[in-house]
Design a protein. Structure first.
Length: 165
């Protein structure tokens, strides 16, 4: 990201673009801000904001990417990691690897996240099955799955908001 093309705005949290930028540069800037919002120590207190950050990071992939936001006991971000990459309509998710990463990060909770390259964030039956499996396995080591978010260019869908968790 080229920080020289941005300057702080008059209101906190606003910025002015000081030089012409390309669409790719704008996307890069947005992704950098989204990563910053999912940085270590940030508390996820408003799920809707987390959805926006995750959508910026994942919506433009041409293949499925399964990611996890690892959280501490206060739901502060430990880290955000892309764990598995797949094809245009599927990604193989290995529960053992998810548990291994969660334990390595000493996570108390996780938010599962993956994208649908089609743009439609509607969860599939396979999405529901892997979520139930991960919830069961992570529960054995006392790690809570607090949400599974499916990201598409048309928006995000939350398993928690649907009452599926």
């Amino acid at each position: 990201m080229n920080h020289r093309k941005l300057s702080a705005g008059e209101t906190a949290g606003t910025y002015r673009i000081t030089a012409p930028v390309t669409e790719a540069e704008l996307l890069s800037i947005a992704q950098a801000f989204a990563r910053r919002r999912l940085a270590r120590g940030r508390k996820i207190s408003q799920p809707a904001l987390a959805f926006k950050y995750l959508q910026v990071l994942l919506q433009d992939y041409e293949h499925e990417v399964f990611s996890v936001v690892f959280l501490d006991s206060q739901h502060r971000v430990i880290c955000f990691e892309e764990l598995f990459r797949g094809t245009i309509d599927a990604a193989s998710v290995y529960p053992r690897e998810v548990v291994k990463c969660a334990l390595e990060h000493n996570a108390a909770a996780v938010i599962l996240v993956h994208n649908h390259p089609s743009g439609d964030p509607e969860p599939s039956a396979a999405d529901r099955r892997i979520t139930a499996r991960l919830q069961e396995i992570l529960g054995l080591v006392e790690i809570r799955v607090i949400d599974h978010i499916v990201v598409g260019s048309e928006g995000c869908e939350s398993f928690a908001e649907r009452g599926w968790l």
